[in-house]
Design a protein around this ligand. Structure first.
Ligand code: 7RM
Length: 662
């Protein structure tokens, strides 16, 4: 493992980080917000630190439980149990309790489809849809504990299906609709899912993503799937084929079923879902989240960080296929009885004003998006947002990667009109909920800093030896106390859970991120310290892309790195050595890029492919990615003394520079 990104010894990066810490702009919270804020008293930090269990118990009490817990926390590091003995159901808390209240006719989900359609589901309607689909799943043989894989675009059925699974106690495993057939098959098989919910296709910029065809290809290698539910979203254009005996449409699934389906009584520690994420090595890890703690963690953070009010329209632009969508489109907002907007399409279809037209159309009050999108909007220019009335916005959020100060300022000025606080929220699939973030009415923000740990969260920045580093010094971000929405294990691989997260610094959760803390105690996230790339906010491991490349018949060896990219944060660069009989050409580069897109999904398609005679390796045969990064970013080479053959990297660099000159 290499050291923190900031300390890779690369001068340009060092300069950037020093500049970051000298950031002197300060944005105090709007005074007017304080009085009515969900978190308006700074004492919350001390109170939670002093009495962690008391703090979380109080949060959990705001939710409905069928049976109260006996014990708030059972912490046998690294094994956590929260609300031990308690029984609840997150679907009841997200849907039924609101449907049974004055919120019955309030919009739960506002769905904006690709140009043309819209659907609004009130809490009452959502309850009926979810209960019917839950009964439909039962009729297909799904019982408590069975895993259900879901492979859909951003359609309302996605939220309905996940809530239906939660209702009957069947853990869902949602696979992002941009993943390939192979990636889907791996995830289905790892989770041993019984049923797959998919669609004939998904709309993407007027085109069709052939979800069902991908699913059919995947299912050739998935023996555990007995039934496939197919949402008819695109119709004839998808040319989806139905396999008799196995496939059934969504309509057929719910035909004639009753809307009466009681919520299963779930133990607090019963599994709620599995979500796969990229790790440093090997296959994607199935991150396991359970019921009571996750529900408490996401509802609390959503309520306090986004200061959600009953009249708000809240829009998180993520895809539900990622954890951000799980926690902050569906579970968090709905647990709070909020109106959550869900958008099917992309930001530039039919034009580059799409996001702002949606904000205007629905009067969005809270917008939560990713730095990569903000940088894209910056490039498109201020004319687009200017054309729309964005005066309804009162709070902005950022997530997925470090937000550079320029993007932060642009967001603040051109979207927030200088008036909306920005919450830069740091967290992970594994953490389930936001852990480092401002509280909008309490925290003075600084462009580029996620500021401080949420109440009850304790974070440290450590050096290699495990000692806390002083202000301004880079190190490894760890978390030292348990929190309710933390992952419980890796599905089917508890040993890897311990090794990956709890072994580097025993007793502390290793995040895999580098960070610095400044004199005020504010945290500055520096990016991954391992071989995980962050491309447009998506986690992709270098290992996965390398495996996909080596899978091509012409490739002998591949080394993949993430190089700095203005818009995407990181872009994927691949260094490839070919088999002797294969000749490098532009056509082959194109073929390799498509091969990776086909194996993993378009998000993993490399931006650059370099053919190399050899890869730079240490004497113990480790590929030196740091040097490849120097080459891809056009810098002077760092220290090459540990290389087995320093001339290899020199030749590579010359070859690259020739290309640049040409
Ligand atoms: C929510 C999510 C997790 C990784 C994490 C970081 C990076 C996420 C921020 C951030 C700096 C942020 N889950 N990351 N948010 N870095 N500032 N506000 O993205 O599992 O897909 O990715 O994303 O490196 O470890 S994730």
């Amino acid at each position: 493992m290499s050291v923190a990104k900031g300390d890779r010894g690369d001068p340009a990066e060092k300069e950037r980080l020093e500049a970051l810490l000298q950031e002197s702009r300060r944005f105090p919270p709007p005074a007017a917000m304080r009085a009515a804020a969900n978190a308006g008293d700074p004492k919350v930090y001390d109170a939670a630190a002093r009495d962690l269990e008391g703090f979380w118990a109080e949060q959990a009490e705001a939710l409905d439980w069928f049976k109260p817990w006996d014990k708030v926390l059972d912490w046998q590091s690294p094994w956590a149990k929260w609300f031990v003995g308690g029984q609840t159901n997150i679907c009841h808390n997200c849907v039924d309790r609101h449907a049974a209240s004055a919120r019955r006719n309030k919009a739960a989900i506002i769905w904006e489809g690709e140009p043309g359609d819209q659907r609004i589901l009130t809490y009452g309607q959502l309850q009926r849809e979810v209960a019917r689909f839950a009964n439909g799943l039962k009729r297909l043989g799904v019982a408590k504990g069975d895993r259900v894989a879901i492979y859909l675009g951003m359609v309302p059925e996605l939220a309905i299906a996940m809530l239906a699974c939660a209702r009957i106690g069947a853990p869902h495993s949602i696979v992002f609709g941009g993943f390939s057939a192979d990636a889907l098959a791996d995830r289905i098989n790892d989770a041993q899912a019984k049923v797959l919910v998919t669609a004939d296709g998904a709309w993407r910029r007027g085109g069709v993503v052939p979800l069902k065809a991908n699913a059919d290809a995947a299912l050739r290698a998935c023996p555990t799937i007995s039934k496939v539910v197919v949402v008819e979203r695109v119709g004839a254009a998808a040319q989806a084929e139905m396999q008799a005996g196995r496939d059934i449409t969504w309509e057929e699934t719910v035909a004639g079923v009753s809307a009466d389906c009681p919520c299963e009584k779930m133990d607090a520690e019963d599994m709620l879902f599995i979500l796969y994420t990229s790790g440093t090595t090997g296959k994607p890890k199935g991150i396991v989240h359970t019921t009571g703690g996750y529900m408490t963690g996401v509802s609390t953070t959503h309520r306090l960080i986004f200061d959600i009010k009953d009249t708000d329209v809240y829009w998180c632009t993520a895809d539900i296929g990622w954890v951000t969508g799980h926690s902050y489109i569906v579970y968090g907002p709905l647990a709070n009885g909020a109106t959550s907007l869900m958008y099917e399409g992309s930001p530039d279809h039919p034009d580059r004003g799409r996001f702002w037209s949606i904000c205007e159309k629905y009067g969005v009050n809270i917008l939560y998006t990713a730095p990569t999108s903000i940088r894209t909007f910056m490039r498109w220019g201020t004319d687009w947002p200017k054309r729309y009335d964005l005066s309804s916005l009162r709070l902005l959020g950022s997530v997925g990667e470090p937000i550079n100060p320029e993007a932060w300022m642009w967001y603040h000025e051109h979207i927030g009109a200088g008036r909306c606080p920005i919450v830069d929220t740091w967290w992970q699939t594994e953490t389930g909920m936001i852990l480092i973030t401002p509280l909008p009415a309490l925290t003075t923000t600084k462009p580029g800093s996620a500021t401080r740990p949420f109440p009850g969260i304790e974070a440290q920045v450590l050096d290699e030896r495990g000692d806390p580093v002083g202000p301004g010094a880079g190190g490894y971000l760890v978390l030292t106390r348990p929190w309710p929405a933390m992952m419980r294990t890796i599905y089917g691989d508890s040993e890897r859970y311990v090794r990956q997260y709890w072994s580097r610094y025993p007793g502390k959760y290793f995040t895999g991120d580098g960070a610095k803390v400044d004199e005020d105690g504010d945290f500055w996230l520096l990016g991954r310290v391992d071989d995980v790339m962050n491309v447009s906010g998506h986690r992709i491991s270098t290992y996965e892309v390398e495996s996909a490349l080596v899978d091509h018949p012409g490739v002998a060896e591949a080394a993949v790195i993430g190089r700095t990219h203005d818009v995407k944060g990181q872009a994927i660069a691949a260094f490839v050595t070919l088999k002797e009989a294969t000749k490098g050409s532009d056509a082959l580069k194109g073929e390799l890029r498509e091969h990776v897109a086909h194996k993993i999904g378009p998000i993993a398609r490399p931006d650059d492919i370099y053919f190399a005679a050899e890869l730079p390796k240490t004497r113990s045969a480790k590929i030196m990615r740091r040097l490849l990064r120097d080459i891809a970013e056009g810098r002077a080479l760092g220290d090459t003394t540990t290389l087995a053959d320093p001339s290899v990297v020199q030749r590579l660099k010359e070859q690259y520079e020739e290309k640049e000159d040409a």
